[in-house]
Design a protein around this ligand. Structure first.
Ligand code: T4K
Length: 367
């Protein structure tokens, strides 16, 4: 039987993509803000309901550039319960990460813990919409306003997610998306910064092009973060299928939730009030009452060629480059530590068949 991975990237039919390639071959415009790059920026603004978007090679470079664009220094309050790129972006910009614990249910940065972590060096907050479930954006903004802090959302998981006020990406000073192969919307590799005004977008566009403003003017030590025409064209082709892809994810999500509703010790991580979800991940928590440990279930699945992932284990704060920080002490992060020891993300992607899902369900249910 074919192995089942945590995800399988969506791809447009190859024949639909070939005309885009033909255009690239004809024009010889391969990168540096070509026509597909411009078209994808506009198409994503329309689809996502945001004002300005700047495309990137990946979300990690976009996070670094977002921090540079807002001139973030000193200390930034963030979550240990994320992919390591969140905190790495801070180290890359010479900023000290300060970890605070997460909400026990949503697993997002808990606003109640932020104020106690603020020092005179704090300049920003970097929360993550973990698994695409929205952070408590109102409370985070209130704290940021009170203390004069910037907010940069790591929205790598949050493509297309909406709350009652519209796109979740319109909150904070900047939000960063990932279009990596493993994401709901992929351009093989890719990412973007969502920004509220044209002036900030211009600065970001300069920073992702080495700091060039025109042929002879360089205004900052920018990086090369530009998305190529190949990736942008792919994005345009992917966008045509995105609604149906998210619809299929929704069905898989619903089937898992129904199947595990009566299983003692299996807790499906709930949404966090989103009106439009993207079903990017399907995290379950293996808790007391379940007959075997999280790691035993993880291994049991692997033994049958089903490769769930323990996102996010280990915690970022447990990696060697972070664990010496005072805020990384596990005793200060009990909820994140507990979640990290309990979670398995089960396979969810549009081409996962009912039969494959039934195999996964049967193992978890111990049928
Ligand atoms: N912030 C957050 C909160 C993030 O989650 C991420 C990335 C970032 C920032 C940074 O975004 P980028 O700079 O990457 O744009 C994966 C991804 O590499 C990473 O993008 C993602 N988060 C993270 C949560 O997951 P791995 O190490 O688990 O990937 P990998 O290669 O083991 O892939 C998982 C499974 O997906 C494979 O077992 C099979 C399948 N797969 C994967 C790839 C790459 C495919 O079928 N085809 C593929 O091409 O990190």
């Amino acid at each position: 039987m074919k192995p089942i991975y945590v995800t399988e990237p969506s791809l447009p039919p190859l024949e639909e993509f070939l005309p885009y390639l033909q255009q690239i071959w004809d024009s010889k415009q391969l990168t540096n803000g070509g026509p597909f790059h411009q078209q994808l920026e506009q198409a994503l603004c329309d689809y996502l309901g945001v004002q300005h978007i700047s495309l990137f090679t990946n979300a990690t470079v976009a996070l670094i550039t977002a921090l540079q664009a807002l001139r973030i220094t000193g200390e930034v309050i963030t979550t240990p319960y994320s992919f390591v790129a969140t905190a790495h972006s801070l180290l890359w910009t010479g900023v000290k990460p300060v970890f605070v614990d997460v909400d026990p249910v949503t697993l997002n940065l808990d606003p109640a813990n932020i104020e106690a972590a603020i020092t005179p060096q704090t300049t920003a907050i970097m929360p993550v919409h973990c698994y695409g479930h929205p952070c408590d954006v109102e409370r985070i903004q209130q704290i940021a306003d009170t203390y004069g802090l910037k907010v940069i959302y790591d929205a790598a998981h949050a493509f297309g997610v909406e709350t009652a006020t519209g796109s979740i990406l319109n909150h904070g000073d900047l939000s960063v998306l990932s279009f990596h192969a493993t994401k709901v919307f992929n351009t093989f590799e890719g990412g973007a910064i969502i920004c509220p005004d044209a002036k900030t977008k211009r600065r970001i566009d300069h920073l992702k092009n080495f700091g060039f403003v025109d042929e002879v003017t360089v205004v900052a030590p920018g990086i090369n973060g530009k998305m190529s025409e190949f990736n942008a064209a792919l994005g345009l082709a992917q966008l045509k299928e995105i609604e149906s892809a998210i619809g299929k994810r929704q069905q898989i999500d619903a089937r898992y939730r129904a199947a595990f509703a009566d299983v003692a010790g299996i807790h499906c991580v709930p949404g966090a009030g989103e009106l439009v979800a993207n079903y990017a991940y399907f995290p379950i928590r293996v808790q007391p009452g379940y007959p075997i440990s999280r790691d035993a279930l993880y291994q049991k699945l692997r033994d049958q060629d089903i490769y769930g992932r323990r996102y996010f284990y280990p915690l970022i704060s447990d990696f060697p480059m972070y664990r010496g920080l005072p805020s990384a002490a596990p005793a200060l992060l009990p909820r994140a530590s507990l979640a990290s020891s309990q979670v398995i993300c089960l396979p969810i992607y549009p081409t996962l068949t009912e039969e494959q899902q039934d195999r996964i369900i049967a193992i978890v249910r111990e049928d």
